[in-house]
Design a protein around this ligand. Sequence first.
Ligand code: ATP
Ligand code: MG
Ligand code: MG
Length: 549
Amino acid sequence: NEVVSKNFIEVEIEKDLAEGVYDTVHTRFPPEPNGYLHIGHAKSILLNYGLAQKYNGKFNMRFDDTNPTKEKVEFVDAIKKDIQWLGADWEDRLFFASNYFDQMYEAAVKLIKKGKAYVCDLTAEQIREYRGTLTEPGKNSPYRDRSVEENLELFENMKAGKYADGEKVLRAKIDMASPNMNMRDPVIYRVAHMSHHNTGDKWCIYPMYDFAHPIEDAIEGITHSICTLEFEDHRPLYDWVVRELEYPHPPRQIEFAKLYLTNVVTGKRYIKRLVEDGTVDGWDDPRLVSIAALRRRGFTPESIKMFVDLCGVSKSNSSVDYAMLEYCIREDLKMKRSRMMAVLDPIKLVIDNYPEGEVEYLDAANNLENEDLGSRQIPFCRELYIERDDFMEEPPKKYFRLFPGNEVRLMHAYFVKCVSFEKDENGNVTVVHCTYDPETKAGSGFTGRKVKGTIHWVPATFAVDAEVRLYENLIDEEKGVYNEDGTMNINPNSLTVVQAKLEPALKDVQAYDSFQFVRNGFFCVDVKDSRPDALVFNRIVSLKSSFKL
Ligand code: ATP
Ligand code: MG
Ligand code: MG
């Protein structure tokens, strides 16, 4: 008997359905096209899409492009790509709020005619003064009692471009003494002589978010308008707008807490600064948590869905550890990806008793836990690469890898025993010499003796060169994201680039292909910089986990 737990939004939706408030579920994701989406937006996307799916409803994609200042077509395309990648399918329901400007204007006229809106000549500063404070009621604007006729004429003049920016606004006539500041005659239309990416110069007045958003939802037949907690105080205004406009099936706003990750930068202006000063290589730098960055790093949509599900939906703000996201990608990839051999910090290993020029091909399962991934053949020869730290001249206790006199298994191959080594003039080991025992071939059933260490390797003559990028958190985790002066605590070691040697099966990889490199983590071919003759891999995540579920 499975315990099915519902989040509080599902509880509310089911109540609405049971009581007949709505007979269907229709959600939307309404980004402003003013930047790239990040992991927090992914939560909202998957939540809204998931609810529509769960209740057999519909999901709309809507660009909330009512503010002409910051919006760009570039972002529209990037956002669509990210949402598609996440698997949220809006089918044929792609909308732009700016296509509703005529209806919003008509809605404002309707409010004026009902005596529920007025044109106000106070300056922005005066409006603020008149608004009062949390402890003191506001004062009515001297323009509050203009006649309907005068308001209609002035509002038409606003639309016709007769006033400069800021000269006049349209305000909802609600209650200057309301304990909720948002209800103290909020501005619903402003004059702004600006070109809009969609409507061009048609409009010089633009609706404010609190007025526009409920109208957008109502026009599209949205039932549950899910947004984040900072809009809780705006809900009475949302309800006022849909009520006064007399929509037959008014939508309902429900708020949930934003997703925050610890020690991660999501703020647009901070990322912009990092991009501009060259700390990161664009909005999709793999150290960032924009959806584009996560995709480039090698995260999968499935891993992000798992993460968002694990985080749950709540009414109180909290931060989630980045390690939980890492846990999810490891879980997703461990059975799905081939486990290949790649040496990140190579030194030579020479098998002195292996015939020079000879090559044999060894069978290797691609993933011992998933037979469906098949197997490959790895060439084996006299000279190999191994990791520098898999050899020690003077090993500490419990070091079971190579040191003079010690024997280890070469993964998928033979036992080798270290017989000597060479150093350069600086004392760095350059070559490790071993002998191998032909009896010990992997798969031969050899049981004569045991070794405690198994190390990976790459055949030197067949090795593929690749640049491998290793990442640490962009932010110095000890210090937190921001200093008091607003600067960021950047970790100077957030990126390490190494020249690695890969087994030859990795020669023909494509952008976004990902693999486990045994013992070193999961890696993904970089979409921006990798070339067929100059491969670049990003480490998605190491294999070691600090997160426990
Ligand atoms: P940011 O300033 O981080 O870009 P935003 O709220 O300005 O966030 P919008 O484009 O307005 O971004 O957001 C689109 C939707 O995504 C909104 O419904 C918003 O509430 C939701 N959203 C934004 N950030 C988060 C987050 N961290 N967690 C969950 N949902 C979020
Ligand atoms: Mg935004
Ligand atoms: Mg916003």
